[in-house]
Design a protein around this ligand. Structure first.
Ligand code: SF4
Length: 569
């Protein structure tokens, strides 16, 4: 990937530049965050014309290395005010990489709705007036007919309306929807009046591997390790909802707006119930890959009783937050909520947390599964509560006078209660992205029996380690799930270094992965500092340290000094 594509929406122009030396060897989150740091004034209005959207495939995108092809989407977040990288599977990153593009930078503002088509050396701009206002499913159906064989990146009505929990949608090779969900970047693209970006890699230069033999050998070693790991079979059979049972057992499954850690209906929404539904229904599939080359296949095709697809890629976070955290024990209702969020283009985590807060405020009855999708769909008619939850959990809590708002830097927590997973709590508090479990989720693993997730001591160290590791994984473009086996086998991380070294044709030090990840986090933190964030913002909401979790009575009791140590040097 040797070039940067810059698209100016104001002038309807594009330019192709050779990748500057400063960005050489970078990709994904690392490259996106470097570009944003260089080009976006930290104090700028995230919804204003000076913000940009970066689309960056990872360093290893579209190679034969397994599970590679997540698209990093970057910008300043309108939800948090921090730098933001949200990533998604799908086909776009691999196609962008095959066009030889390291990053697409979208800047300026179009005066009218536009579809941007990127095809080899050409960028064209087309009116999207007829697509504006359409949900993502309808828009994708029309676009895939018009541009067959392409990857589509779209914004739904939530992004068009500037709602701060808006996602950017990316299609898979079979045109299912995936979301770069977190931080409201859909609203940024919507403010630029971009409805869709179409990626056509026909005639692109393809991928260059500097040392193919070395690449193949190292890649095979990592592939074997992934396939042998016990977690992989579980993910394939039960998807990430397998975590419902584990978290409920530990007493850390977010329940009733984070007031409890166990849910009576957990079995009805857990991995086994999920697999049973998928096993019984017509046209359903328990294992599905969201991008080419996925050897894990944690996604699934979830159908209704008639065999119609409701959604694909229903994740633990959605099941936990729309399920136990809202006291909903109906998987179909949760799946319909997931579909509504995909259609409107919304982050299920922030919106489900917002609904939990609205339930606490008495605006929606606890356990009312039908209301989940109904509230989201009411955004189409600009219903007040719909617009509120579409702006995320913080906005909803403040507007409804709720004091227990489970967010950090304006972004909602996932369904892991930080009073039980304290390392994850440290990540929620200190990550450069606001609360984001994918930045460093410290789940106990049989491979690390000495780790005590409930101890207040030493969690800063594990969180700092994981934040660096996953920043590197995001920069490689690798799916997080495929990277977990390497965490359990640190000695084998050298194979990952060898893969990157062979791809780029340069020698890399043994500490490359962790050093690269740390430098990405530190650069992001510097942006946030310039945007006005400091240690006082690296804290969980008060109630996690004052309100004892039921059952068990745990508090989040990691010392503030330990939180400050995560980025102390
Ligand atoms: S493991 Fe899951 S999230 Fe990762 S690439 Fe495969 S289907 Fe997508």
């Amino acid at each position: 990937m040797t070039r940067i594509l810059r698209i100016n929406l104001t002038r309807k122009e594009s330019s192709w530049d050779v990748i500057p030396e400063a960005y050489s060897g970078m990709g994904g989150r690392g490259l996106s965050s470097a570009i944003i740091s260089a080009e976006v004034p930290a104090m700028t209005d995230a919804m204003g014309p000076d913000n940009i959207i970066v689309l960056a495939p990872g360093i290893l995108a579209a190679t034969t290395f397994p599970n590679n092809g997540r698209l990093s989407v970057g910008g300043k977040s309108p939800l948090t005010g921090t730098i933001k990288e949200a990533n998604a599977g799908g086909a776009a990153a691999q196609k962008i990489a095959r066009l030889g593009i390291a990053a697409v930078i979208i800047q300026g503002v179009s005066t009218e709705p536009v579809t941007v088509v990127i095809k080899n050396d050409e960028v064209t701009f087309h009116s999207a007036a007829s697509l504006w206002g359409k949900g993502n499913f309808a828009a994708v159906d029309l676009l895939k007919e018009e541009y067959p064989g392409t990857a589509l990146i779209t914004v739904g009505p939530a992004g068009e309306k500037g709602l701060k929990a808006s996602a950017i949608i990316v299609t898979t090779n079979d045109y299912h929807l995936r979301a770069a969900a977190r931080g409201g970047l859909g609203a940024v693209l919507g403010a630029k009046k971009v409805k869709a970006v179409v990626i056509d890699d026909t005639g692109g230069p393809g991928i260059v591997i500097a040392e193919p033999g070395k690449f193949k050998d190292a890649s095979k070693k990592v592939t074997d390790l992934i396939l042998k790991h016990p977690l992989i079979g579980g993910l394939r059979a039960f998807g990430t909802p397998l975590l419902v049972g584990l978290m409920n057992e530990m007493g850390g499954l977010a329940t009733k707006n984070f007031s409890r850690g166990k849910f009576e209906g957990a079995e009805k929404i857990g991995g086994e119930a999920f697999a049973k539904v998928l096993g019984e229904r017509k046209n359903a599939a328990a294992a599905h890959g969201c991008m080419r080359g996925c050897i894990v296949q944690c996604s699934q095709i979830y159908t209704d009783e008639q065999g119609e697809v409701i959604t694909t890629g229903l994740e633990f976070e959605t099941v936990g937050l729309a399920g136990s955290n809202c006291e909903v024990d109906d998987l179909d209702a949760i799946a319909r909520f997931d579909r509504a969020c995909d259609d409107l283009g919304l982050d299920t985590i922030d919106v489900a947390c917002a609904i939990g807060v609205a339930m606490e405020a008495g605006r929606i009855p606890w356990g009312d599964g039908e209301k989940l999708a109904e509230v989201v769909k009411s955004i189409y008619t600009e219903d007040q509560l719909g617009l509120l939850v579409g702006n995320g959990c913080t906005a909803t809590g403040k507007a409804l006078g709720v004091t227990r708002i489970p967010t950090v830097k304006g972004q909602a927590l996932s369904a892991y209660d930080p009073r039980i997973l304290k390392g994850t709590g440290v990540t929620y508090a200190t990550s450069t992205m606001g609360a984001d479990h994918t930045c460093g989720n410290a789940i106990p693993s049989p491979a690390n029996p000495g780790y005590d997730a409930s101890s207040p001591k030493g969690q800063n160290e594990i969180s700092a380690f994981l934040q660096s590791y996953f920043a590197a994984i995001d920069s490689l473009g690798m799916c997080l799930f495929a990277s977990l086996p390497l965490l359990d086998a640190p000695d084998l991380q050298q194979h990952l270094v060898d893969v990157v070294s062979a791809k780029l044709g340069i020698e890399l030090p043994p500490g490359y992965v962790m050093e690269m990840g740390r430098s990405v986090c530190c650069q992001e933190r510097e942006f946030n500092k310039l945007a006005g964030f400091g240690p006082k913002d690296d804290r969980l909401p008060d109630f996690f340290s004052k309100e004892r979790l039921i059952p068990g009575g745990s508090l989040f009791d990691v010392a503030d000094e330990d939180l400050d140590k995560v980025y102390a040097d």
